[in-house]
Structures are given as structure tokens and as C-alpha cells.
Design a protein around this ligand. Structure first.
Ligand code: HEC
Length: 264
């Protein structure tokens, strides 16, 4: 089957806003999630999640790879990735544990209906967890680094030129993205087969504590633990640091000690 993305023009073929108007609906409608694209084994974190703070380089992700990307990875990342190839990084609020558990709950509820599981899972992601995407499209005429980097929201709204003049949501060689992606060993992408469905290796995993179990939309239960059962009694990291440094006299700064002394 021909990749759906083959019907899209290259980023350099059209003026920016016209290109966005074609690309964004393709992403927001999840047209890429067709049979010939392959995806990660499951949702996964891109860094640890501790005391309600994510240390990931991106949010929780489930990445989809166009066939040309998979072919390049299988050929041991040799040579250039062809123009038009695309990686779509589907994203939701971290950590991943939420999605893995929610998926398991749905699978227990609908053991014989994977389509229903997928539909309810997507509904949950879209309405409660802020589903959105960043995408990399290969286009050697676009920039020296050859990639067009872009962020797409669920509304698929393209950029406009009205106040308050936000930075463009899609750009060739976007500097914000390049400051990390420039460090990839080849072709500015970090993708590896370990993370992808069907390859029998452990994907990248990170530690996540239980501090995320405070989802208001859920009744008390595994998704919504009482505060005493959460790490640090449910306190965020900043509050714990503040607590620690104000209750331990030897950690006070000289100025804090002086002020305290004067008051006595
Ligand atoms: C803080 C560093 C950082 C920044 C900034 C960053 N990325 Fe990434 N990105 C990464 C890392 C690291 C990975 C690999 C994550 C993994 O697979 O666990 C990645 C993965 C990706 C992927 C999947 C393909 C790949 O390279 O593995 C896409 C698509 C992507 N990023 C798009 C973007 C876009 C678009 C921007 C700018 C809007 C951006 N990124 C900014 C670090 C960054």
C-alpha cells in the first residue's frame, strides 16, 4: 500500500501557510496512523517523572514512522533519508504510566473489541490529556539540515499573521528543535528500532514514581490515590525543597541566619 504521506507536497513546494494548510489536517485527523506506518511498542516517557515533575526532553510519546523511515532504520541508518519521509511524534501529558494503565483497564473491559479500546483510548487522550503532535518532514530543498520541523494542535489551525505574532508553528531548520536534534548521530533523528513494534528488544524506559495519581477526573482508586499514598505526601518538588531548606538550620544561607538571629 502506498503511504498516505506520498500525497502531500514537499515543504519547499508551497508557500509556508499553504503547506501548513495541507499538512496540519493530515496530522490532526491521524491519517498517518494507517496500516503501512509503523509505531512505537506503546506510549513511552522521554525522561524520568518524579514528584509531579517531568524530566523528559518531550512529553509522553508514541511515535509513528513512515515506511521510508523504517527502511532507513533497517538499513542501519546509512545514507540520506529520502525526501517526503516523515516521523510523527504523538504526545500527551507525562507520564506514560497513565496511558499504559488506562489501556489495560479498557482491555479488561472490552477483551474482544480492540477497536473499542482504541476509540475510547483516543477519546481519553484527546479530551483529558491534551493530545498533540510534533512532526519532522524530510525535504532537502527546505534547509541545510533538510528537515521541516512542526508542531500541530488538535484544531489543525494554521499560522496567521495577526497580533500577538506568535513564532511560526512550522519551520525549516527550526532553531528551537535544532538545538537538540543537531546532536543526533545521523540525519538529525534519534529514532531506533528498539522502540518500534515488532522488534524484540526492550524499548527505552525511565523511572516514574506514583505522584501522577491525582487525576481529578477519576473517582478515588488506582488513578487517584489519597495524598498519604503518594510520594512526598503528594507535595510537588518545589514545595519539598522549600520545606527541607527552611526546617534544617544548617542549610540556611548566612543572610537567613542573620535575620533570624536579629529577631531573637
Ligand atoms: C530538549 C531537546 C529537544 C528539543 C528542544 C526538541 N527535541 Fe525532538 N527529540 C529529542 C530527543 C532526545 C528525541 C528522542 C526521544 C526518544 O526517542 O526517546 C526526540 C524525538 C523527536 C521526534 C521523533 C524522531 C526522533 O528524532 O527520534 C520528533 C518528530 C521530534 N523530536 C520533533 C521535535 C520538534 C518538531 C521539535 C521542535 C518544536 C523538537 N523535537 C525539539 C530532543 C529534543
Amino acid at each position: 500500500m502506498q503511504s498516505e504521506s506520498a500525497n502531500l507536497p514537499l515543504p519547499s513546494a508551497l508557500p509556508l501557510l499553504d503547506y501548513e494548510a495541507q499538512l496540519y489536517p493530515f496530522i490532526a485527523a491521524r491519517t498517518f496512523a494507517t496500516d503501512d506506518w509503523i509505531r512505537d511498542k506503546s506510549w513511552r516517557d522521554t525522561g524520568p517523572f518524579i514528584l509531579d515533575t517531568s524530566y523528559g526532553v518531550h512529553p509522553a510519546v508514541r511515535i509513528y514512522y513512515a515506511p521510508q523511515i523504517l527502511a532507513w532504520l533497517k538499513a542501519e541508518r546509512k545514507g540520506p533519508i529520502p525526501d517526503g519521509a516523515m516521523v510523527v511524534k504523538e504526545m500527551a501529558s507525562p507520564p506514560t504510566a497513565r496511558y499504559v494503565e488506562y489501556q489495560q483497564t479498557l482491555e479488561a473491559k472490552y477483551p474482544d473489541d480492540p477497536a473499542q479500546v482504541e476509540t475510547e483510548m483516543l477519546g481519553f487522550l484527546r479530551t483529558i490529556r491534551g493530545l498533540n503532535w510534533t512532526v519532522m518532514v524530510k525535504g532537502s530543498a527546505s534547509s541545510h539540515g533538510s528537515w521541516f520541523f512542526v508542531s500541530v494542535g488538535q484544531s489543525a489551525a494554521v499560522d496567521n499573521i495577526d497580533a500577538p505574532f506568535s513564532p511560526p508553528s512550522g519551520q525549516a531548520g527550526d532553531v528551537m528543535c535544532m538545538r537538540c536534534h543537531a546532536s543526533a548521530a545521523e540525519e538529525l533523528i534519534f529514532s531506533t528500532l528498539e522502540n518500534i513494534e515488532g522488534f524484540p528488544v526492550e524499548p527505552l524506559i525511565f523511572r516514574a514514581d506514583e505522584s501522577w495519581r491525582d487525576m481529578d477526573a477519576f473517582p478515588p482508586g488506582p488513578f487517584n490515590l489519597p495524598t498519604v499514598q503518594r510520594p512526598g505526601m503528594g507535595k510537588g518538588e518545589a514545595a519539598l525543597i522549600q520545606d527541607f531548606s527552611t526546617t534544617k538550620p544548617h542549610l540556611r544561607t548566612p543572610m537567613q541566619r542573620q535575620r533570624r538571629h536579629r529577631r531573637m
